[in-house]
Design a protein around this ligand. Sequence first.
Ligand code: NAP
Length: 480
Amino acid sequence: MREVKNYIDGEWTEGKSETIERYNPADQTELVAIVVGSSVHDVDEAVFAAVKAKKKWAQTAAPERGAYLQKVAHLFEQYADELAELATKEMGKRFVETKGEVYRSAAILRYYAGEGLRRVGEVLPSFDAKNLFFTKRVPVGVVAVIAPWNFPLAIPIWKIAPALVYGNTVVFKPALEASATGARIVELFAEAGLPSGVLNFVVGRGSTIGDAIVEHKNVDAITFTGSNAIGSEIAKKAAARGAKYQLELGGKNPAIVLKDANIEFAARLVVEGAMKQTGQRCTATSRVFVEKEIIDVFRAHVMEQVKRIRVGNGMDEQVTMGPVVSKRQFETVQRYIHIGTQEGRLLIGGGASDDVGWYIEPTVFDSVSHRSIIATEEIFGPVLSIVEAASIDEAIEMANDSIYGLSASLFTNDVSKALYFIEHIEAGMVQVNGETGGAEPQAPFGGMKQSSSGTREQGQAAIEFFTAYQTISIRPHPNM
Ligand code: NAP
């Protein structure tokens, strides 16, 4: 069991309001963390520390800022097992999944360490021949990082790393369900010697301290990943006071399987896309549109794949799907499964058990209309809907008939159809013959429509959000 405190100006401090007990979603008898529930006053202190540190950090040479990230990357690898175990016990996904996330985080840290050596501006031609005319990227200032629980390591890192390397100071608020993992991340930055006040950490309930962070006059930018409901409120509040904001939100990601595809392969990847991490990925496959000529064969392969899934505690090596994160998520997913039994045909799964942990069977519905509730709303659980399509055009039309546009995939062996899909699908992340999930540190990540506020995270695209442009003219003395 870990006691999770705030980290403000280089000191671990008690919160001022309450303590919150957090139990392992795989085994509700195991107390994983006691988290301080911070107050608005704690937020003030954290922001004050970030403001105090910002000038010196912005003036620190960028390669030196990057060197801290290198050290943290190394520490992530050194403590890989311990970090993965903590994350698994705190939010339930399998140890192999959290361990993969540890290494992914290390790769992200190394990528952004390298950003400390790359260009941060360009020289432009000028109508005045003597003008040295150039742009320079400068830090935004104090950045608030508000993260969800489903990638408790990688998402905080892909926000904190670019924020720091581009010269910003940070106030980091993890999801309540990822507080202990968040604290461990901050400990590693402290172990790497990051100066006090550069990275501050405030834990507690978003409902209590969220507004204080988002509306704080000294928070210059907010990078948020989470639900559309909270994200849209953050956008309004940030815009009202002219603060920069970045939102990565929900998804209802489609896969399309054409009759020329390798059907067994497609079924395997669609099930993987839907059930990996218990379906709790913003990029999870939740709708699959299948050409009618192959739907019977596809359905049979899906059943076969789902039957192989073993639900249980993510620390058990034999288990292939962990619990959902919380009672709230357990109830939400069950509610959607109930709706699904009225809207479609339950092909497999549908069961749930809360005797030990929050366990839900991988569930597939068939004969679903693309406009039904289960095929339009984000469920964020191990539930897949199969929808019959008459053609690639109908499949794409139904796939695009969504408020979301995060990721999409197509299974085909016809390159012309792949190109047609890429041209017409409304999604930020597009896969051909791959599952809907997946991101790499060097590539921009994000969605279209209501899945994102439009900017991109990761890769060099991150510079857009974490810096501001300065456009500079230097002219010689008129006599020169
Ligand atoms: P959430 O409930 O919206 O919470 C996200 C974060 O916001 C948490 O840290 C939460 O704190 C905080 N928060 C809560 N109320 C707030 C408020 N009033 N002001 C400011 N912050 C507040 O989302 P979640 O359940 O953690 O994550 C699941 C959602 O994230 C899904 O919709 C999923 O699709 C989305 N997601 C998107 C991406 C992407 O890249 N597009 C990636 C991963 C997840 P508490 O935990 O203390 O409430």
